[in-house]
Design a protein. Structure first.
Length: 191
């Protein structure tokens, strides 16, 4: 999510597109898209990877910069496999948006404090270190507003949009957060 590398490393062949190295310099499963991971390590149940893994790890040891995650689909990732960056991100945003949608309109001090604790924990505990660092920057530039349900939902949507734009994804219409995350769409297809 943060600008931790360039597509130039991909063109030079040091990392496959979508592969991200973790803080330890090794390929990071939860920071990489499934397609990138399986291109190096093979599909689940397969055994493609030792030679390719050695190349990627060697590139890291030689000083290759971590690649920026490319938008990838987790559609091919079996449901019982560890999450890739896309699946983890979708599920995390679902949790956060839904939590904001059901947050009280007039939260108590305890509720506000608890919500701030949850949000402050994300950049510290989130498994994808690059994603976590990017969220920390976003939160520092525009701190969360937990003073009401409406303000928290708006902050969450705007923050998600900032990150999606960086990833080349579409922004969401923040006027529709209640339809998307709480009430369901007006056409009734969620009922």
């Amino acid at each position: 999510m943060s600008d931790v590398g360039t597509s130039e490393q991909h063109r030079k062949g040091s990392l496959p597109p979508g592969m991200v190295l973790g803080p330890d310099g090794k390929p990071c499963k939860v920071c990489s898209g499934f397609k990138a991971w399986s291109s190096v390590y093979g599909a689940p149940g397969g055994s493609k990877g030792k030679q390719k893994a050695a190349k990627v790890t060697s590139a890291a040891a030689a000083g290759a910069v971590t690649a920026v995650p490319l938008p990838e689909s987790s559609d091919a990732l079996p449901k019982d496999c560890p999450a890739d960056v896309e699946r983890l991100g979708r599920h995390t945003w679902t949790f956060l948006h839904t939590t904001a949608a059901y947050y009280p309109e007039r939260p108590s001090e305890t509720q506000q404090s608890s919500m701030m604790s949850l949000l402050r924990a994300m950049p510290v505990l989130y498994p994808c270190s690059h994603c976590a660092a990017d969220l920390a920057i976003e939160m520092k530039q525009r701190p969360p507003d937990v003073s009401s349900r409406e303000r928290l939902a708006r902050w969450m949507c705007e923050t998600h949009n900032e990150i999606n734009v960086k990833l080349g994804k579409e922004a969401f219409d923040c006027d529709k957060v209640d339809e998307r995350w709480k009430d369901g769409w007006k056409d009734g297809h969620c009922d």
